[in-house]
Design a protein around this ligand. Structure first.
Ligand code: C2O
Ligand code: CU
Length: 460
């Protein structure tokens, strides 16, 4: 059988098809300096983005199960933290200001240290004033590698989707609007993939290709489809699953899908088929090769996530609803689209709730009681019901859950850290509460999170 190694020893000239922009965490350590840098996103302009390093998207690779250390230095004007989205790590490393660590002020530094237990496609981002900090570009991709997967793919590409709210001169526009926050979110004006209108990638003919697709946007939902090759979903939110033929796979904000396909003798396009006409996300050009046609979809190393015990699991329900905006105020805002809540001097923008409770704010200084207190070691089924007219991608920190079923749609059960729930949809997820601490649970349409659809559970 042909493997990457066989192939590479034969043709040294084509030896490297690395991830673009990728930084290996040398001896497990990497320096991340949050500060302003400039990036050209609109032709003829530059944008003062915020980033952790010079490259955008930043891709950090580190081995599974080995110590990983990231030294964050804060050179932006406000406090920040880093949340390692989807990584099952100790609570003190989870990066939620006030809750798991003090916020990292301007000029301060914080060392994140943990051993990522699962291989896969993850990412990291701030957890304070996130709509703005992530909106400005503070995010990075974390690829956790498993030794056993090294030779499986001849091309391994990151496809990072993120939109930007820019004015025509390239400067940032306001990041949040009441109109967006109270509905489906405020959308970017410039759509990008790997900071370009679409990603341009390549792969050797007949080789297996892995696309690590990440939705890093704060609002946008995409539906993935492949044109020109038969694709398979091989991992969801970083977690392997038996290959599922890719037809239309939905990714809400924060969600990831790894897609595999064998490179044909023609270009392949990854598209977003959410709207009425397909949008190009990535074009994969062919590189001629003498590779023979090779075997079935490569199998990823099995997941290390403990399976919940469904028989003994306790069932808890969480209703996602609108928050406490009075119908009269709603009507007033509708009739007066130029009036913002700030102008009305309302204390907090609160549009959303979980189980009738809203926790809003741009950081987490004032803490309400938990949504639920879980017993360590016990299995839980969370039943999440969306009683609003908008979809919500709900993320739970510190645990990876199994998505069991949707009430209105046939799904393939899979592991995830974020689950997209359509209006009037009821979704069941299950997991073992094996990680002690206080863990956030919130919508990853960041404006929904910051205007009330946020809470936490405790595990003790
Ligand atoms: Cu990726 Cu609490 O978030
Ligand atoms: Cu939401």
């Amino acid at each position: 059988m042909w493997t990457r190694r066989h192939f590479l020893t034969g043709t040294a000239a084509l030896a490297a098809l690395p991830l673009p922009f990728s930084v290996a965490a040398a001896s497990g350590a990497i320096a991340l300096e949050a500060r302003e840098r400039s990036l050209s996103l609109l032709p003829g302009t530059t944008t003062p983005i915020w980033s952790y390093r010079d490259e955008w998207p930043l891709v950090v690779r580190t081995p599974r199960g080995a110590p990983f250390r990231a030294q964050l230095t804060n050179a932006v004007a406000e406090h920040t933290t880093i949340h390692w989205h989807g990584i099952r790590l100790p609570n003190a490393m989870d990066g939620v200001p006030y809750m798991t660590q003090p916020p990292v002020g301007h000029g301060e530094s914080f060392a994140y240290e943990f051993m990522p237990p699962d291989a896969g496609t993850f990412f990291f981002h701030p957890h304070c004033n996130t709509v703005e900090q992530l909106g400005r570009g503070l995010a990075g991709v974390l690829v956790v590698e498993d030794e056993a997967e090294k030779d499986l793919f001849l091309a391994d590409h990151v496809v990072a989707i993120k939109d930007w709210r820019l004015k025509p001169d390239g400067s940032f526009d306001v990041f949040s609007t009441d109109k967006g926050a109270a509905r489906a979110g405020t959308f970017g004006s410039v759509e990008t993939v790997n900071a370009k209108p679409h990603a341009q990638l390549d792969a050797l003919v007949n080789g297996w290709v892995r696309l690590r697709v990440l939705n890093l946007d704060v609002s946008r939902i995409v539906v993935l489809a492949l044109d020109g090759a038969e694709g398979f979903v091989i991992a969801t939110d970083g977690n392997p699953l038996p290959p599922v033929p890719l037809k239309a796979w939905k990714l809400g904000p924060a969600m990831r899908a790894d897609i595999a396909f064998r490179m044909p003798r023609q270009a392949v396009r990854l598209q977003n088929v959410w709207g009425s006409k397909p949008e190009l996300l990535a074009e994969i050009a062919l590189i001629e090769s003498a590779l023979p046609g090779i075997g079935p979809v490569p199998t990823l190393a099995p997941s290390q996530v403990p399976e919940p015990d469904l028989k003994s699991a306790e069932r808890l329900t969480f209703d996602l609803t609108a928050g406490h905006v009075s119908p009269a105020l709603e009507a007033y805002l509708k009739d007066n689209p130029n009036v913002t809540l700030d102008q009305l001097c309302l204390p907090q923008r609160t549009f959303w709730a979980i189980n009738g409770r809203s926790w809003s704010g741009q950081d987490h200084k004032l803490k309400p009681p938990p949504l639920a207190e879980l017993k360590r070691g016990r299995s839980y089924v969370f039943e999440l019901f969306n009683g609003t007219p908008h979809p919500h991608p709900i993320h739970l920190h510190g645990h990876t859950f199994r998505v069991l079923r949707y009430s209105k749609e046939e799904i393939v059960p899979h592991l995830a850290d974020t689950v997209l729930i359509a209006p009037k949809e009821r979704v069941e997820i299950a997991f073992t509460a094996d990680n002690p601490g206080e863990w956030m649970m919130h919508c990853h349409i960041i404006e929904h999170q910051e205007t009330g659809m946020m809470g936490y559970v405790t595990v003790a």
